[in-house]
Design a protein around this ligand. Sequence first.
Ligand SMILES: [Zn+2]
Length: 141
Amino acid sequence: MPTRKSTPTPPSPRPLVAAAREAATRAHAPYSGFRVGAALLTGDGRIFTGCNIENASYGLTLCAERVALAKAVSEGATDFRALAIAGGAADTPATPCGACRQALAEFCPPRMPVWYAGLAAGSARATTIRKLLPHAFTLDF
Ligand SMILES: [Zn+2]
C-alpha cells in the first residue's frame, strides 16, 4: 500500500495574530505610547513573540519584530513559516519598519506570509517578505 505523503498545513493567521496582540500587551512604550507585538511561527510549530521595547535614548529602541527574531534565532530556531504583527488602528495596521524588513529578509523565505493587523481589532492583511522588501540586500552575488 502506498504511503501517503503528508502535506504541511498552511499556517493560519488567526492564532499568530492573537499571539502578536498578546505580546503587544508587554510592550515598553512610555515615550510613543505605540504598542506593537510580533509572533514568528517556526516549521516545528513553535511561536516566538516579541514586543517593542523603547529606551530613553530613543535610538536603542527595539522593534517587536526584531525582538521576536532575536529570541528565536538565539534559541536555535531559524526555520520560519509565518509572521504576524499587531499594531496601530484596525483600518491602518502597522507594517515593519525598514530595519526590521532587512533583518527579517536575512532569515525568512521571500514568499513567507506576513500578516499585519490592528492592535486590538480588525482582520489581518496579508503580504510577504518579498513584497515588504523587494531587492533586499544580500551577499548572494
Ligand atoms: Zn522595526
